[in-house]
Design a protein around this ligand. Structure first.
Ligand SMILES: [Zn+2]
Length: 695
């Protein structure tokens, strides 16, 4: 499970403001061929903005400090894991929609052969391609709703494709299909927002399989047919795609020789090189189990890997596999993601983790749902080197894994905070946001303590949040399976509430999070940032439905507190007020808000521990799904004035090996790529097994 970057997005920084470097002004005027930055120039901080008035996406270059201080062996290990991450990038693209990879390939080929196209067409192609890279396809990675190109028309695409074909572009035409036919087939997928409009639909009352077009199920398959034809074992599988064979739904496993075989082979090539360099026995066994899992598709091997992974507290760490389940309407099948990171400073978070037992005892829910003995989870603050698939270019700021409930209960879990991603923020955007969106009475306090409150929200969400609690002793199955589609939102909401609940605990001042004198002010800043931040995110909504799990959780907390709970009418010290026509969240009484948080948390934990699917669905349908349209329209109007990008995407550093023959004698970390150069390189390197393919 993860905390998404958007939660802090409203004060993201252009790093260029803090380091004084000038980002490139207008990327769309760049030549079509990839151009690495001139020697010495660093692509860190704000690189470009996409969309009308730059309001869709802010592209930030991320740096990673201290890589050069790692040992040669650690650098080599990082490099092999880095290559394994790149090798899996397009697995996720293919998972997002059955034509996503084909559309990306088409646009990349046109872009690479666009020298002779009119400038307007080149720019329109390039612009759409950036969205495809960032979202891994034609649906918004956060909204799960189809978007269409800003400027590109079908006619422009047709002309551009024909010209690119004459210039040597390779469009991978299948037998019997002309380029023109291919373009006509893809046309509604690119240009018609109403055609297959949703990637993942979890709305109650809808047939969630028939209306979700994520590439995990045959298109338009009904829930009823799925339930009837698919075995219980396959319904619970993490690494499977369901195809239609002669009218019958057929499960196919992700494994070498199966679905994504060629990708998994390349990934395995690099993971094998990493094995002898592992920093601990646990890490080595984890890599071996992962290789076996990719070879056989046996999910037990991934469970084995997960246990070794959570126990391996090493400097170099990584993810590689089918992990989070947010894209599956049923919440079961995993999306591919990979990353590589190394530990920077973890002292504060280690102290929080060392007190996990203390916080568990003070959770506001019945003792029978508390863990008897909490093993302090591993919690690391890391610098991330690269993220691919589901975790990049859009990135979480933190995650807590594995997701298997029984492993979490019996062996614990590991928390990772991506420090260099989390710290990427902009003083300028932050100030604009405070002035426009926060009630004057909250502004100064939020200005001063907002970052600190947010930091501890993330820490507690991950370190003492997800790992807490236990199922009722009488429960026969995993709560995830019992609760089904409401589970992800429930779990994210539960972890958020634990952070909101414990922010007032004196232990935090004791371990040095902040001074005791400042604690209430930090807590107030955290609460207002959480509630107002949720409202501010309405600006990215096209309709009135919240679909993403974390956002559903935040919406539930806001509405529950404002409406006074399930019976209504309770005063939880939180209001949405209208001042001069604008809507604001207001905290009138922090202690009452804290009581409200305890009440929701108790309710959610009881639902989770008892596997109460109806309870979960009822609560989220009432408070965490449908937003207030008047609030949304007002937020949109104000956001348009401030022109803040709705989302952030990241360009990561690249690792460059120094070779002596075929031996790596050093590895350099550089920040000399923009989004285009980096993504084209990832595509180029997909199946490559040379140590340095760019010679
Ligand atoms: Zn989470």
């Amino acid at each position: 499970m993860r905390a998404p970057v958007w939660t802090c997005l409203l004060f993201l920084i252009a790093g260029c403001l803090s380091c004084g470097q000038k980002p490139q002004e207008n990327v769309s005027d760049q030549p079509a061929q990839p151009q690495p930055a001139p020697s010495g120039q660093s692509y860190v901080g704000e690189l470009e903005r996409l969309g009308r008035d730059g309001q869709d996406i802010l592209v930030l270059g991320v740096d990673a400090k201290g890589f050069e201080r790692l040992s040669l062996r650690q650098k080599q290990l990082a490099y092999y894991l880095y290559r394994a991450a790149i090798a899996g990038n397009d697995v996720f693209t293919d998972q997002t929609h059955r034509y996503a990879l084909e559309i990306k390939g088409l646009l990349e080929q046109i872009h690479l052969h666009s020298q002779d196209l009119p400038q307007a067409t080149r720019n329109a192609v390039h612009d759409y391609l950036k969205y495809l890279w960032i979202n891994h396809g034609q649906y918004g990675s956060e909204s799960h709703v189809k978007y269409v190109p800003n400027d590109l028309t079908f006619e422009m695409l047709g002309q551009a494709a024909e010209q690119a074909a004459r210039g040597g572009a390779n469009f991978d035409l299948v037998a019997g299909e002309t380029l023109e036919q291919k373009l006509r087939r893809l046309r509604p997928h690119i240009f018609d927002a109403a055609f297959e409009p949703l990637q993942t639909n979890q709305k109650k009352g809808d047939d969630i399989l028939a209306t979700s077009f994520v590439n995990l199920y045959p298109p338009r398959i009904s829930q009823e047919m799925f339930d009837k034809q698919v075995s219980d074992e396959m319904k619970g599988r993490l690494n499977v795609r369901f195809d239609l064979d002669g009218g019958k739904i057929t499960p196919r496993l992700y494994r070498i020789g199966g679905v994504y075989g060629k990708y998994l082979e390349t990934i395995s090539h690099w993971l094998k090189l990493a094995v002898p360099l592992a920093e601990s026995e646990e890490q080595k066994k984890g890599l071996e189990a992962l290789l076996e899992y990719f070879r056989t598709g046996d999910e037990n091997k991934f469970r084995e890997y997960s246990i070794h992974w959570l126990k391996s507290n090493t400097t170099i760490d990584y993810l590689n596999g089918f992990i989070e389940q947010y894209y599956d309407p049923r919440g079961v099948i995993g999306q591919f993601e990979a990353n590589v990171s190394y530990v920077s400073d973890s002292s504060l978070i280690s102290r929080l983790a060392a007190n996990a037992d203390y916080f568990e005892k003070r959770m506001p829910w019945p003792d029978k749902y508390k863990r008897d003995r909490v093993t302090p989870p591993v919690a690391n603050v890391v610098q991330v080197i690269v993220e691919t698939g589901d975790s990049g270019p859009t990135s979480p700021v933190a995650y807590n894994l594995p997701n298997y409930e029984d492993i979490r209960r019996d062996a614990g879990s590991k928390n990772i905070i991506l420090f260099n991603v989390e710290a990427a923020q902009s003083a300028r955007i932050k100030e604009q946001t405070i002035q426009e969106f926060y009630l004057p009475k909250h502004q100064d306090n939020y200005r001063k303590y907002g970052d600190l409150g947010r930091q501890w929200e993330v820490y507690m969400h991950e370190v003492i949040g997800h790992g807490s609690g236990k199922p009722d002793g009488a429960l026969k199955a995993d709560p995830r399976t019992l609760i089904g589609r409401a589970y992800s939102a429930l779990e994210e909401c539960r972890a958020d509430l634990i952070a909101l609940y414990h922010i007032l605990d004196p232990k935090l001042a004791e371990i040095g999070a902040f001074s005791a004198a400042e604690q209430r002010r930090v807590a107030e800043a955290q609460y207002i940032g959480y509630l107002q931040g949720n409202m501010n995110r309405y600006r990215s909504l096209q309709d009135d439905i919240v679909r993403e799990a974390h956002r559903k959780g935040r919406e539930l907390v806001l509405r529950y507190l404002v409406e006074g709970g399930e019976t209504g009418g309770k005063d939880f010290g939180v209001k949405v007020v209208q001042v001069n026509g604008n809507y604001y969240a207001e905290i009138t009484d922090l202690d009452k808000a804290h009581q409200g948080v305890a009440e929701i948390l108790n309710r959610l934990q009881t639902i989770k521990s008892s596997g109460d699917a109806d309870g979960a669905t009822r609560l989220f349908d009432r408070f965490g799904t449908r937003i207030n349209v008047a609030w949304r329209d007002n937020i949109k109007q104000r956001a348009a004035k401030v022109k803040i990008p709705r989302e952030a995407a990241f360009v990561f550093p690249q690792l460059v090996p120094v070779l002596k023959g075929d031996e790596i004698v050093d590895v350099l970390l550089e920040t000399r790529e923009d989004l285009t150069v980096q993504q084209l390189r990832f595509s180029r390197w997909q199946f490559n097994t040379e140590l340095w393919p760019e010679k």
